[in-house]
Ligand binder design. Structure first.
Ligand SMILES: NC(=O)c1ccc[n+]([C@@H]2O[C@H](COP(=O)([O-])OP(=O)(O)OC[C@H]3O[C@@H](n4cnc5c(N)ncnc54)[C@H](OP(=O)(O)O)[C@@H]3O)[C@@H](O)[C@H]2O)c1
Length: 256
């Protein structure tokens, strides 16, 4: 059997990082070797997760994580700290799987340039849930027939970016499918307690409305896409992937 993939996880103490981290720990072909965070640095990850079997101390620098020889860095934190952390990881030759949203166009370009220069793979995916990716595929098809479309996104009250990266990506796909500028696709945002992550794409046409809706009820929804990315990266050396579809198994392989 091949050696397990050694993964460092930034944001391991966060709402999404916990779910992703649990899935990495449960995956037979991966090992979680380092957990990074900010305010919980120095604490026992197992105690924070309520799973004493997870025997890692949370660290707060890439240098400390490097002592455990990861080959992949997964990041679910926030963009200001993630950007230098990811550049540092890439400079060390690690592949990166990035769920953190809110990077500027210039930051994404520099991450792409740096990963190509080092020949490492990067997956920067605005939404790792397979349902969101399927929504995009369905919406692109629907837009060919129903060009009048608006996007509604709704998230928990503490989400920092608005509109969400997922909604901006949907608007850009719809714009390309209808040959318009992305700004021509209206995107509406809500931030409310009680919500997790919800997106509705509404197509209006004479006498009918078509709605494509995706709801994330808990953050375990992102884990399968993240594991698929970690597994796919070794075959993507030097590539910078922003489309979850590029990481999904082919029709001949089992779905995640
Ligand atoms: N792509 C996707 O599919 C997807 C899905 C869900 C969320 N997200 C994105 O993932 C990110 C995290 O979301 P969340 O809801 O899980 O947030 P969260 O619960 O607030 O967790 C944030 C995590 O980041 C850590 N952190 C914050 N500032 C840091 C810093 N300066 N240095 C190191 N670590 C730092 C926190 O550590 P402490 O706990 O120690 O402070 C915590 O572990 C957001 O950008 C969100 O938009 C993406």
């Amino acid at each position: 059997m091949a050696e397990p993939i050694r993964v460092a996880l930034a944001g391991a103490t966060g709402r999404t990082g916990r779910e992703v981290g649990r899935a990495i720990v449960a995956a037979p072909d991966m090992v979680l070797v380092a957990a990074l965070a900010r305010s919980h640095a120095g604490e026992h990850l197992g105690a924070l997760w309520g799973d004493e079997a997870v025997d890692l101390t949370v660290v707060d620098t890439v240098g400390e994580a490097a002592t455990q020889y990861p080959t992949v860095m997964v990041d679910f934190t926030e963009p200001d700290s993630a950007y230098p952390r990811l550049l540092d990881a890439v400079d060390r030759g690690w592949s990166i799987v990035v769920g953190t949203t809110g990077f500027s166009r210039e930051q994404r370009s520099e991450l792409a340039r740096r990963t190509a220069a080092h020949g490492v793979a990067a997956a920067l995916i605005a939404n790792f849930s397979v349902g969101a990716w399927l929504s995009e595929r369905l919406a692109e098809e629907a837009a060919r027939f129903f060009p009048d479309v608006e996007v509604l996104e709704a998230h928990h009250a503490t989400k920092r970016d608005r509109p969400s990266g997922t909604a901006l990506r949907m608007a850009s796909l719809l714009a390309a499918a209808t040959r318009r500028d992305p700004d021509a696709i209206p995107v509406h945002s809500m931030r409310l307690p009680g919500l997790v992550a919800h997106q509705t794409v509404v197509f209006g046409a004479a006498g009918q409305v078509l709605t494509i809706r995706h709801d994330v009820h808990d953050r375990s929804a992102y884990a399968a896409g993240v594991l698929a990315a970690i597994r796919r990266l070794p075959s993507l050396g030097g590539r910078f992937v922003e489309n979850l579809g590029d990481l999904m198994p082919t029709a001949k392989e089992p779905a995640p």
